[in-house]
Design a protein around this ligand. Structure first.
Ligand code: SAH
Length: 571
C-alpha cells in the first residue's frame, strides 16, 4: 500500500499502434476503450458473446474501432493477442471488473510476472499503473493524480487547474512547437552549410540550448539567438499573452534573427525634434512580482494610462491590472536584442506623448535599479520633453525585497553592517569587477545566475590576470603586492539563490559559495532570480548539519487572509 509520502513516476506513453486488452464490458470498459483509442492504440475487448454491450461500445465495435473477442479470459490471451514485433505480448491490460472478482487478482499477478502494465479498477494494489485525470487541449495534456487518495478529488483539481488556464493555450503550444521545430530545422541547414565551408555568418555555430540552464560559455558565444528568444518568451510572457500568440508574432520571432544587428535607427520617429506640448511619460516600477507590491502611485498610473509599454519582466499579476481598453506593448528584450528593444520602446513612448497620450513605461522592481530608467529620462529630455512631462515613480526593488521574502535581513546587528547591490553581468557580456570580501557585508547580485560558475570563481579565487600582476609586483616590492591583492570570499560563506521572489512559484536555495554552482546545476533555473552572499543569509536560517543545500518552494508572504474579509465584518 502507498505510504504517506509515496509518489508515482509520471510518464507520457506513446501508445500509437499498441494493443490494449480490455477485460469486461461495463461502462468503464467503454471509457477505457475511448481512452485507448484517443492515444492511438488498438483496444481489444474481451467479453463473452452473451454480454450486452453499452451502446457507445457497441457502436465502436460496429465501426471497427474496437475489436470484440467474444471469449472469456484465458492466460494465453496476454501472450498471443499483441503486436508481432514484440512477440505478440499485449502492451497493456485494463481489468474493469473490480477488486472482488478473483479473476482480477489472477490477471494482475500474471501481468506482473510477464512485465505487462496492468490496471485494475478500484484496486491500487493490483495495478502497476493508473490513469491520470486528464485535461486535453490540442497537444497540451495536463494529468492529475492524488496517488490513490480519491479520483473525484483529482478530477475536481483538474477542472480547477484547467479553468484557471487561458483559452487557446493548446493552439499556442502547437504554434510555439512549430516555431521551435522550424528554428531547429533552419539552424540545422545552416550548420550543414557551415560544415560544407559555405560563406555563412558564424554567429549560429552552436547547438540549441532550449530550456537548459544558460551557461557562461553559451552567453559568451551569443549564438542561436532566435532559440533563446523563443525560450525567453515561453519563460516570461504572461500565459494569457502566450495563449493569444498570433501568426504575426511567430513571423516576428522567426524574422528577429535577421533583424538583430545594430539598434534600428533611433531618430526615425524622433527626428523632427519638435517641442512637445501635450502628453506625458510616467516611468514607474512595478515591484518584484506580486501585484500587492505595487505602490498606490503606480497602480493609479496603470489605471489612467492611455498606452502601457511594459518591460519583459513585468509580472503577469501586474499586467492583469491594466484596464482592458488600454493598449499594452511588451518589450522584445532578449539576449542580443536589448538595445534594439529599448530603442523601440523609447520611440513608441515618444510617439505616444507627441500624440498627447499619457504613456506608462512600466518597469520591474525599481526603475533606477538596473532598470535603465536613468537612460530613458535622459533620452526623453534630449527629445525636448520638459521635466514636468517625465514623471518617475519608485518601485519595490527585488534587490532588497527578494532577500526579505527569503528571510534574510541584509543588515543585521553584529552580522552585517553594509549591503552592496551589484550585477553579475557587465556591459557587452564582460564580467564586472568582483566585489571584495568584507566579513560584515551582504552582497546582492542581480542578473548573475546564468553565469554563476564564473561569478563564484571570481569571488573565491584570484584570476589569472591578477596572479600575473602579483608575480610582477613581487619583483617590485612586497608593499605593492599587498595593496593589489583582493580579499577573496571564503568558500564556506553562506549564500542563497532567490528566484521569482513574491510570486507563487518563489524558490529559495540556501547553501554556501562552495556548493552553490552544484546546487543550481542540480535544481535548474527559474528566472528571474538573484544571489545573496554573506553571513546574513544564515542569521534566521541555520543550515542543517551535513546538508550541502536546502530548497524552499512557494511564497506565502502576503497571505494575511484579508482577501476574503474585504467588505465583511471584523471580529
Ligand atoms: N529594476 C529591477 C531589476 C532589473 S534587473 C529591480 O529593481 O528589481 C533584472 C534582475 O532583477 C534579474 O536578473 C534578477 O536578478 C532580479 N530580479 C527581478 N525580479 C526578481 C524576483 N522576483 N526575484 C528574484 N530576482 C529578481
Amino acid at each position: 500500500m502507498a505510504s504517506h509520502g509515496h509518489i508515482s513516476m509520471l510518464t507520457a506513453t506513446d501508445a500509437r499502434s499498441h494493443v490494449h486488452l480490455i477485460v469486461g464490458s461495463n461502462p468503464l470498459a467503454a471509457a477505457r476503450c475511448g481512452q485507448s483509442l484517443s492515444a492511438g492504440a488498438s483496444p481489444i475487448l474481451l467479453a463473452p458473446e452473451t454480454t450486452e454491450l453499452h451502446y457507445t461500445l457497441q457502436k465502436r465495435v460496429d465501426d471497427g474501432e474496437v475489436k470484440w473477442m467474444k471469449e472469456d479470459f484465458r492466460d494465453d490471451h496476454l501472450l498471443t493477442l499483441g503486436r508481432e514485433e514484440i512477440g505478440h505480448v499485449v502492451d497493456a491490460v485494463f481489468v474493469t471488473s473490480g477488486p472482488r472478482e478473483p479473476l482480477s487478482a489472477h490477471i494482475s499477478s500474471l501481468c506482473k510476472r510477464n512485465r505487462i502494465p496492468v490496471n485494475v479498477v478500484d484496486a491500487p494494489q493490483l495495478c502497476t499503473f493508473s490513469l491520470l485525470s486528464t485535461h486535453i487541449d490540442g497537444p497540451l495534456q495536463i494529468g492529475i493524480t492524488t496517488n490513490g487518495r480519491g479520483c473525484k478529488l483529482a478530477s475536481r483539481i483538474r477542472r480547477e487547474v484547467a479553468a484557471s488556464l487561458p483559452q487557446n493555450l493548446g493552439t499556442a503550444c502547437a504554434r510555439l512547437g512549430d516555431v521551435r521545430r522550424r528554428i531547429q530545422e533552419e539552424d540545422h541547414l545552416l550548420h550543414m552549410a557551415l560544415a560544407d565551408g559555405d560563406d555563412v555568418d558564424d554567429s549560429i555555430d552552436q547547438s540549441a540550448s532550449f530550456n537548459k540552464l544558460v551557461t557562461e560559455a553559451d552567453l559568451d558565444a551569443a549564438k542561436n539567438r532566435r532559440m533563446r528568444w523563443l525560450s525567453q518568451i515561453c519563460e516570461y510572457w504572461p500565459l494569457k499573452r502566450l495563449a493569444a500568440i498570433t501568426d504575426d508574432d511567430v513571423a516576428t520571432i522567426l524574422k528577429s534573427y535577421e533583424d538583430m544587428g545594430p539598434a534600428e535607427s533611433i531618430g526615425k520617429s524622433a527626428a523632427a525634434n519638435t517641442p512637445v506640448s501635450r502628453g506625458r511619460i510616467i516611468l514607474a516600477g512595478s515591484g518584484p512580482g506580486h501585484p500587492d507590491m505595487l505602490t498606490r502611485a503606480t497602480h493609479k498610473a496603470i489605471q489612467c494610462a492611455d498606452l502601457v509599454l511594459a518591460d519583459k519582466l513585468v509580472p503577469a499579476g501586474v499586467l492583469d491590472l491594466i484596464p482592458r481598453r488600454t493598449p499594452v506593448h511588451i518589450a522584445r528584450k532578449f539576449p542580443g536584442n536589448a538595445d534594439a528593444a529599448q530603442t523601440e520602446l523609447q520611440e513608441m513612448a515618444l510617439a505616444g506623448v507627441r500624440d498627447g497620450k499619457t504613456v506608462l513605461r512600466l518597469k520591474q522592481g525599481d526603475p533606477y535599479i538596473y532598470g535603465r530608467g536613468g537612460e530613458e529620462v535622459e533620452y526623453f529630455r534630449a527629445q525636448g520633453l520638459a521635466s514636468d512631462r517625465v514623471v518617475v515613480l519608485p518601485g519595490v526593488t527585488s534587490a532588497l525585497s527578494a532577500p526579505l521574502f527569503a528571510a534574510i535581513p541584509p543588515t543585521q546587528r553584529d552580522v552585517a553592517d553594509q549591503v552592496l547591490v551589484c550585477t553579475g553581468t557587465g556591459k557587452k557580456g564582460k564580467p564586472p569587477a568582483p566585489p571584495e570580501f568584507v566579513a560584515s557585508r551582504t552582497v546582492v547580485f542581480l542578473m548573475a545566475l546564468h553565469r554563476i560558475a564564473g561569478l563564484v570563481e571570481e569571488l573565491t579565487t584570484h584570476l589569472d590576470a591578477e596572479k600575473e600582476k602579483e608575480t610582477d609586483d613581487e619583483e617590485r616590492g612586497a608593499e605593492k603586492t599587498r595593496r593589489n591583492s583582493r580579499h577573496l570570499w571564503p568558500r564556506d560563506t553562506p549564500c542563497a539563490v532567490v528566484e521569482r521572489a513574491s510570486c507563487p512559484d518563489q524558490r529559495v536555495i540556501r547553501t554556501t559559495l562552495g556548493r552553490v554552482v552544484e546546487a543550481v546545476e542540480a535544481e535548474g533555473s527559474r528566472p528571474p532570480g538573484l544571489l545573496v552572499v554573506g553571513r546574513a543569509c544564515e542569521f534566521l536560517n541555520r543550515p542543517e548539519k551535513g546538508r550541502a543545500w536546502s530548497v524552499e518552494e512557494g511564497f506565502r508572504g502576503l497571505d494575511f487572509g484579508l482577501d476574503g474579509a474585504v467588505g465583511g465584518g471584523c471580529e
